[in-house]
Ligand binder design. Structure first.
Ligand SMILES: Cc1ncc(COP(=O)(O)O)c(C=O)c1O
Length: 290
């Protein structure tokens, strides 16, 4: 069997004819089809483990939490993140960028700062920065795209004048959805770092087409479909689950099991506040008649 036939065999949806011909599907950038292994894992989860992730102490909740955290660990490995805690699940690229714009940008940008992006961005990586710049009184600048002679590449020479210390964020796409241009992400991050700017890579198009190593790229945020893995070790000033603004004490966490040693016993774990609130009130103490 050829590689193509073997790959097709993995995808049940391709085992059909459309307009009298075997289905060929190319719109993976928008919605990718699922191979048998993924469909089976989803069915298995819903038939066996479906439950509250991080919010229960019963068996199904434990299994669901293990599966969820297992996925986080596998994704961390896939993109070579330094720590699974750097992976944050979101609904997609657009939501991830909006989270960075509404959290990091809102907290750090001030009047006179510059957000630098490129002329080739998807609107998901443009509108949030227009809004963030407006809210902070910052300026939005663009790295120009060179013409057809340069195959739609970025004007890296323009970086010499555009990347000043006033630039606080460089947000750019790894692979352009319109031009197909592959940007030199590692070089852009390196140049941004040299002026103290934070970097965000839109990897919506690249994650499925090229190996991604966030440590080699040296980015602060890398956003993609369904996950937002920020690289946090280097500067630790963004959505870092290991250094939350408010870190509750272990016994106050919604799911203390997450951070406790593996051998904890459920009876060691205090019910969290919500559950305490649901407990029926104690009957009033009986006082003995004198
Ligand atoms: C380069 C790029 N960025 C962002 C997006 C938006 O992605 P999402 O649908 O995950 O929000 C797309 C979607 O095609 C894209 O191609």
């Amino acid at each position: 069997m050829s590689d193509l036939a073997r790959t097709r065999a993995d995808f049940p949806i391709l085992h059909q004819q459309v307009n009298g011909k075997p289905l060929v599907y190319l719109d993976n950038g928008a919605t990718s089809q699922k191979p048998r292994a993924v469909i089976d894992a989803l069915v298995h989860y819903y038939e066996r483990d479906n439950s509250n992730v991080h919010r229960g102490l019963h068996t199904l909740s434990m299994r669901a939490t293990d599966a969820y955290e297992g996925a986080r660990t596998r994704i961390a490995k896939f993109i070579h993140a330094a720590d699974p805690a750097e992976i944050i699940f979101t609904r997609g690229t657009t939501e991830s960028i909006n989270i960075v714009a509404r959290s990091w940008a809102q907290a750090h940008l001030k009047p006179g700062d510059v957000i630098l992006t490129t002329e080739m961005e998807h609107h998901s990586n443009l509108v949030p920065w227009q809004q963030a710049a407006k809210a902070a009184g910052a300026t939005l600048s663009y790295i120009p795209v060179l013409g057809a002679d340069a195959e739609g590449g970025l004007d890296y020479a323009a970086l010499d004048t555009l990347l000043t210390p006033a630039v606080k964020l460089l947000a750019f796409t790894h692979i352009s959805n319109t031009l197909g241009t592959v940007n030199d992400a590692a070089e852009l991050c390196r140049r941004a770092r040299a002026v103290g700017a934070v970097t965000l890579i839109d990897a919506a198009q690249s994650i499925g087409h090229a190996p991604i190593d966030v440590q080699t790229l040296g980015c602060d945020f890398l956003v993609r479909r369904r996950a937002l893995p920020p690289r946090s070790r280097r500067r630790g000033r963004h959505l870092d689950r290991r250094r939350p603004v408010h870190r509750p004490r272990p016994d106050r966490r919604a799911n203390p099991r997450l951070r406790l040693p593996r051998l904890f016993r459920p009876q060691d774990v205090r019910p969290h506040r919500h559950r305490r609130a649901l407990r029926p009130p104690r009957p009033p103490r009986q006082t003995r008649p004198r």
